[in-house]
Design a protein around this ligand. Structure first.
Ligand code: ZN
Length: 446
């Protein structure tokens, strides 16, 4: 038995003081509030909350931080810069980069990542000798960093959707494309997994996947109880192309393809019609909101109030990693909604924390994590309540202070599956800043 003694912990939505949490084989075996400090226990300062879930990541985009945030342009000009980094990656470089990025996530309090992975093949589009070399590099990187991963292996068949239908892939996109759905399923079915890893399916978008192929992937995921993720309506252009080619919205296309079900997560869900919102709610999907990326790319603000009112659960993702900070993503859902609607208080702090913990873990297929209760995976994230940002918060406002004012720099300790991976704000095995520096230098142009 390993015992963690928390100054405070979030239990059943309330802040409890002096909480002893016992862990056996990576799971919580006992929780005792108002407990004296146990000799030999590891002390966690501040407020311990459940593990945070990063439900949408493209690890290599981290190399773009600071390089794409300035100058004019749009999502589409950003995409050209992103393609440049993608072109320089191989399995070894991607392993080094992703290991540092995943360690940055762990240091920020994330205990699981959904890696939306589409960079599959060699620069000329032919598969590596091991066709899953890139997927395996990402899985190894997650193991190194100590974070659980759901590898959302992504189908990407077409280069775009124009007025004449689907366009062939070109340039760096040839690395993303599997020959067809059968080639994708053969490859994905052969990915080896381990205890901390799961495989999910992803449809890149209605720009890259046609309705017939989307239907086949949805059936594959349902057969295997795998989660299914898809980018949805991030940009108005995507909606217009879909309407012009198919006469329906991207949401309706996914619904018709059988791709909208309870284990489905739609990513962004920014530009939706009223009917789309009703469809997503009826299907009980989860929507992954990625506010720091959506603002960086000038995507717009999605209708999170209406989505929740219709029964859609929200989770968060750091997506392009403009920043990696769970608190910034969570509060932005509410703060962006205030700017959009002129109303305050749509998403309470407790709901935002649920999005960042419980709903994110469920979106990635980890139903036994994201909550502090006996039997759950022993993920603990300790957040300082005495930093310059959080000082002065009493127990009754601690959750709101954490959601609305804390940053990833306030995370002191992270425990994943019972392993104490971050202490005093430092990752136990990886020098995160040094490895980021070295790995990014390998993939950006001088
Ligand atoms: Zn994305």
């Amino acid at each position: 038995v390993t015992t963690y003694w928390c100054e405070r912990a979030l239990l059943d939505g309330a802040v409890a003081a002096r909480v002893s949490i016992e862990v056996v084989e990576g799971r919580i075996s006992a929780i005792t509030p108002r407990s004296d400090a146990v000799p030999g226990a590891t002390r966690l300062p501040g407020l311990a909350v459940p593990g945070l879930a990063n439900a949408h990541s493209h690890a290599f985009h981290r190399a773009l931080r600071g390089r794409t945030q300035q100058g004019p342009g749009s999502f589409w000009t950003w995409r050209e810069l992103m393609y440049g980094v993608a072109a320089r990656l191989d399995p070894d470089r991607y392993h080094r980069l992703a290991r540092a990025v995943f360690a940055e996530m762990v240091s920020a309090g994330f205990t699981v990542v959904g890696e939306f992975h589409y960079l599959h093949h060699q620069p000329d589009g032919t598969p590596y000798d091991d066709p899953n070399a890139m997927s395996e590099a990402l899985l190894a990187a997650a193991t190194d960093a100590g974070i659980r991963i759901t590898l959302l292996d992504t189908l990407y068949l077409h280069g775009g959707l124009g007025s004449n239908g689907y366009e062939p892939v070109s340039g760096p996109q040839v690395r993303y494309r599997d020959r067809d759905v059968d080639a994708w399923t053969d490859r994905v079915s052969a990915i080896p997994t381990s205890a901390g890893a799961r495989i999910g399916a992803a449809l890149h978008s209605v720009r890259a996947v046609d309705p017939t192929s989307a239907r086949m992937v949805a059936a594959w995921a349902a057969d295997r109880d795998a989660v299914l993720h898809a980018h949805l309506s991030e940009q108005p252009d995507e909606n217009e192309a879909c309407l012009a080619a198919h006469g329906i919205t991207p949401t309706q296309l996914l619904a018709d393809a059988g791709a909208l079900n309870e284990p489905t997560t739609v990513v962004h869900a920014t530009h939706l019609t009223g009917d789309d919102i009703g469809e997503l709610g009826a299907a009980r999907v989860t929507a992954c909101i990625c506010p720091t990326t959506e603002r960086d790319l000038a995507d717009g603000i999605g209708p999170t109030a209406e989505l929740v009112a219709h029964g859609v659960r929200l989770c968060i993702g750091t997506d392009s990693h403009a920043v990696i900070d769970p608190f910034e993503e969570a509060r932005a859902i509410e703060l962006d909604e205030r700017l959009r609607s002129g109303q305050r208080g749509t998403h309470p702090a407790a709901d935002l924390l649920d999005a960042a913990t419980l709903h994110g873990h469920r979106s990635l297929g980890w139903d036994d994590a994201g909550v502090l209760e006996v039997g759950a995976r022993a993920d603990l994230v300790a957040v300082r309540l005495d930093s310059v940002r959080t000082a002065g918060s009493t127990d009754d406002v601690a959750v709101a202070a954490l959601v609305f004012a804390a940053t990833s720099a306030d995370v002191t300790d992270v425990v994943i599956d019972g392993r104490h991976l971050v202490a005093d704000g430092r990752h136990s095995t990886i020098d995160v800043a040094a490895e980021l520096t070295a790995a990014i230098a390998e993939v950006v142009s001088p």
